[in-house]
Write a protein that binds this ligand. Structure first.
Ligand code: SF4
Ligand code: SF4
Length: 241
């Protein structure tokens, strides 16, 4: 008898609680800050792609959901600041379990995950996302590749300035004060938090960076062995499985 009353007590208590139902899809709640949603391929502040086509993300993926084909940058066709870029990049969201291991494997922070979770579709073909769909949109100060490296006069300057979030400018302008900026960001490397604030106060466009933590990498784009095929076969849309 007592147990029954206790049970009804729980029921009555719940009846008068504020309803916590979200009327999805009309109403939506923002996901948690570290939610694992769909992927994004990020850019440097001048618009070049961060992906260097190394395929580490594809090898790290436990669901075999990523397909990458790298290609060489040339002076006439530069898509990333390194030697290589991701020529073909596909993620199969029929397979992806949104675990984030690919993000952990990426050496350039090219690949991150957004808070976007509406990935359902009634068509298998459209669930294979291409590089064009995954690339971050161009923001103010960015220029659509291919184009030369716009930050500083050499590769070191580029990564120093890019890590500090400096917005893309004409090569000449950037080269004029690349040394100063490189010194500035180099000192700041000892104190990452201060570096971001300091560099931002002089040059950074607040909208230049798509992802957090992009200042961690340096010297990207030099790894050997790029372009090696995983042997998994292309996930061309026609062949979606
Ligand atoms: S989130 Fe996990 S399953 Fe999805 S592509 Fe990355 S490694 Fe593969
Ligand atoms: S690990 Fe990063 S840089 Fe390498 S292919 Fe994948 S996204 Fe591109």
């Amino acid at each position: 008898m007592l147990d029954s009353l206790k049970g009804f007590g729980v029921t009555f208590h719940e009846m008068f609680r504020k309803v916590d139902t979200v009327q999805y899809p009309e109403g939506k709640r923002p996901p948690a800050p570290r939610f694992h949603g769909r992927h994004q391929l990020n850019r440097w502040p001048d618009g070049l792609e961060k992906c260097i086509g190394c395929e580490l993300c594809a090898w790290a993926c436990p669901a075999d959901a990523i397909y990458v084909e790298g290609a060489d940058n040339t002076e006439d066709g530069r898509y990333s600041p390194g030697e290589r870029y991701g020529h073909v990049y596909q993620i199969n969201y029929l397979r992806c379990i949104l675990c984030g291991l690919c993000v952990e494997a990426c050496p350039t922070r090219a690949l991150t995950m957004t808070g976007e979770y509406e990935l359902a579709d009634d068509n298998r073909e459209t669930l294979i996302w291409t590089k064009e769909q995954l690339l971050a949109p161009l923001e103010q100060g960015m220029e659509a590749p291919p184009h030369p490296m716009r930050l500083g006069s050499d590769e070191k300057d580029y990564y120093d300035l890019g890590s500090a979030g400096v917005v893309g400018r004409a090569t000449g302008d950037a080269a004029d004060d690349a040394g100063h900026a490189a010194d500035h960001t180099g000192r700041a490397a000892d104190d990452t938090g201060h570096a971001a604030d300091d560099a931002a106060s002089s040059r950074r466009d607040s909208g230049a960076s798509q992802e957090s933590g992009q200042g961690k990498e340096s010297g990207q784009g030099k790894q050997s062995g790029q372009g090696k095929q995983s042997g998994r076969g292309s996930m061309q849309r026609e062949g979606a499985t």
